[in-house]
Design a protein around this ligand. Structure first.
Ligand code: GLN
Length: 707
């Protein structure tokens, strides 16, 4: 099946790298030739299985441990990977020379080419080739789709390679297997985005977990069968009430969709914030708001009412949206014909959606125009009150308004539009700057206070996010600087909001801290999917190790009291005890051993114990203390073993085994002693310990020296 890939890889490589080489200076032909032969050799190398495997295994031996921040869903890296520890004494000596503090960055590794690291993550050890199917599936778990315009070059390159391999049977362009060099050349044009994805540097780092929660909410909403279809026009009345689609697009273009996300529906009132945005972009807020207000009307969306200045209350209700349409006709593009204005507006919507589906439903348009007594009444009422700009042709304006309501789209496209709003006017998938951020700020402000008809006040209170609903069952939700969400389900509540869409928004915000005011201090105990899973742990480690390295016993005590796991180790397997010992902070060493009962002999990745550190840096008093502690500890553990022979309970066995915490930094801390130890401890007995008081006291004598 894999036949042909490597033989042609040299050619592939030449094709794909032709651009780079064209740039190479003509003064270096020899070097160029060398490179080429080298590449060809390597490609050939890839063809001879044994040699390749040898090469891979040698490379692996030489290879530094993988980057800490390169995490892939199923291949998470621990903070400390003992398997990557060099074993020889020379290695140890070299590394010891090079390292200084444990949080020293692994520069060489960081400099390692991201393409190589990715290859190593996914390549098969047997074949030495990477399955692009697996790789793309991995990319998808980060939220990046194959259809994303930002990976277009990658997908095109895959097709080219597949073609060069004569459409190798048994695999498609997207499932072919590539050798290292070909893979690197294929992904190179999009490597920045791809590396960002696998390094979990997107706004939702753990997209897979987030999506699981979203799926749960989706399913709960699906069972809600309340609400009624809009029936003022037949096209809306014919919707399937079971339709339920949900699409998400983050500001980094991470996508997730489920349900009826490709079923087309008309924009209806969801077009209102978009036409308002175009008017703001072109005319500025001063001009626009000299015609339309910013207040919630407190009345129905199509009520025949103006504010006290004889202006429509806001651009999100029908009167305000008709007025916005008049601004487009009379002020934004006064010279355009109606047809041109339609195209012009549609092109804005398309840009916002990153080129995804925006169409037009003529039947809905004709029906809207037929059933528009109230909207016409609003138009005439506003004309009577001189609301429109000069030169307004009311008939054209009304048609334009109906056209905007009748533009057709689907959940997928609308989620990108919502994400463009969340992203300050820049479309996340195309990276095109569509609107100025000031415009988006104004649009979101109005959506926040007026976006869900007469429910707007409650929505702002409960959900605390800008949103816009439409009579066709759409709900556009914007989480500024995070993501856009579009929910679509036709049954509406008595105020005209989609029932399932509304439930989704409310449940979303009760699970995640997305409400505008969830970020107030001391308030939220909800999930924050923006946080990296390791963020909190990483910070704790930094704080803990820093306190130990600087000899700050008070800080250590504070960490202990707050229940922190004092045995935590950093990526190099270095614990607080290592740092306190290497810096000669005897008080800290004593505190860690006597009060926190951390293991005295954890090994770091170079196999060093805290006592080795103290010795290396000439802290004899610390060395002495640690040695005598170790002797006592060994003695106690011997006693424990002997006793265990005569009278063992299961709990005893577990305890004895935890006293041998020799290497693992992740091993659980020894339980805190309780009373009767003869030692006064400033630490409350149960701080940070899960062991019961009884069992802890019964074992302490056996496991801890000096207790
Ligand atoms: N076409 C509808 C109307 O003007 C749009 C209103 C809505 O979605 N609420 O009545």
């Amino acid at each position: 099946m894999l036949k042909g890939v490597p033989t042609l890889a040299g050619r592939n490589l030449r094709l794909l790298t032709v651009h780079h080489r064209a740039k190479a200076s003509a003064a270096e032909p020899a070097e160029q030739l060398d490179q080429e032969t080298d590449l060809l050799k390597r490609a050939k190398f890839g063809h001879t299985g044994k040699q390749l495997q040898q090469k891979i295994s040698t490379e692996k031996k030489l290879r530094a441990p993988p980057l800490l921040n390169l995490v892939f869903a199923n291949r998470k890296l621990s903070f400390y990977d003992p398997s990557s520890t060099p074993k020889t004494k020379e290695d140890n000596a070299k590394l010891n020379q090079r390292r200084h503090y444990s949080m020293r960055p692994h520069r060489e590794q960081e400099q390692r080419n991201a393409e190589d690291v990715l290859f190593d993550m996914f390549a098969s050890e047997e074949t030495g080739l990477i399955s692009m199917g697996k790789f793309l599936a991995g990319l998808k778990t980060t939220g990046i789709r194959r259809s994303d315009p930002r990976v277009r070059e990658l997908m095109d390159n895959l097709k080219k390679v597949h073609k060069l391999n004569n459409y190798e049977t048994g695999s498609s362009a997207e499932t072919q297997h590539l050798n290292r060099e070909t893979f690197k050349a294929v992904v190179a044009p999009n490597i920045v985005l791809i590396a960002k994805a696998f390094r979990q540097q997107f706004v939702i780092p753990d997209f897979t977990s987030f999506v699981k929660d979203i799926e749960d909410i989706y399913h709960r909403c699906k069972t809600n069968t309340l609400g009624k279809l809009a029936d003022y026009i037949p096209q809306l009345a014919r919707y399937n009430p079971d339709s339920w689609g949900l699409s998400i697009c983050t500001i980094d273009g991470q996508r997730f969709s489920m349900g009826d996300v490709e079923v087309p529906f008309t924009l209806q009132s969801c077009s209102k914030p978009l036409t308002y945005a175009i008017a703001l972009e072109k005319l500025g807020p001063k001009v626009v708001h000299s015609y339309v207000g910013q207040e919630p009307s407190g009345r129905n969306f199509n009520e025949l009412v103006l504010d006290q200045n004889k202006k429509p209350h806001n651009p999100m209700i029908n009167a305000g949206a008709i007025l916005t349409c008049s601004l487009m006709n009379a002020l934004v593009k006064p010279d355009m014909t109606s047809a041109e204005i339609f195209d012009y507006t549609m092109s804005w919507f398309k840009r916002l959606s990153g080129g995804e589906y925006i169409g037009f439903n003529n039947a809905v348009f004709l029906s809207e125009r037929e059933a528009a007594d109230r909207n016409y009444a609003l138009g005439f009422y506003m004309r009577e009150n001189k609301c429109f700009p000069k030169r307004t042709n009311l008939k054209e304006v009304m048609d334009f308004y109906f056209q905007c309501c009748s533009m057709e789209t689907n959940c997928e496209a609308m989620s990108v539009i919502a994400a463009s709003l969340a992203n300050g006017g820049i479309c996340p998938t195309t990276e095109e700057k569509v609107f100025r951020p000031e415009v988006i700020r104004d649009v979101l402000s109005i959506m926040h206070s007026c976006g869900t008809y007469d429910y707007s006040g409650q929505f702002a209170f409960k959900v605390g996010l800008p949103a816009k609903s439409g009579v066709s069952g759409g709900m556009m939700l914007v989480i500024p600087n995070v993501m856009g969400i579009f929910a679509w389900s036709p049954p509406l509540d008595h105020l005209g909001n989609t029932v399932r869409g509304l439930q989704f928004c409310e449940e979303l915000v009760s699970m995640f801290n997305f409400h505008r005011y969830d970020n107030l201090k001391h308030l939220s105990n909800k999930k924050d999917p923006r946080k990296h899973r390791y963020e909190t742990k990483g910070l704790s480690i930094v704080n803990l190790l820093f306190s130990a390295a600087s000899g700050d016993v008070t800080a250590l005590r504070r960490h202990r009291l707050s229940g922190m796991d004092i045995t935590l180790a950093d990526y190099d397997g270095r614990t607080a005890l290592h740092l306190a010992a290497s810096e000669g902070h005897l008080e800290c060493v004593k505190f860690l051993l006597e009060q926190c009962h951390v293991p005295h002999n954890p090994k770091d990745r170079w196999g060093n114990l805290p006592v080795d550190e103290a010795e290396n840096f000439g802290h004899t008093h610390v060395v002495e203390f640690l040695r005598s502690w170790a002797e006592k500890a060994d003695l106690s553990s011997e006693e424990c073993k002997t006793e265990a022979v005569t009278s063992t309970t299961q709990a005893d066995e577990e305890i004895c085994s935890t006293s041998d915490l020799d290497t693992s930094p992740a091993a659980s801390p020894i339980p805190t002693p309780v009373g009767g130890s003869g030692r006064s401890s400033p630490v409350p007995s149960d701080a940070g310990s899960t062991a019961s008081a009884g069992s802890a006291s019964s074992i302490d004598d056996k496991t801890k020296p000096g207790l």
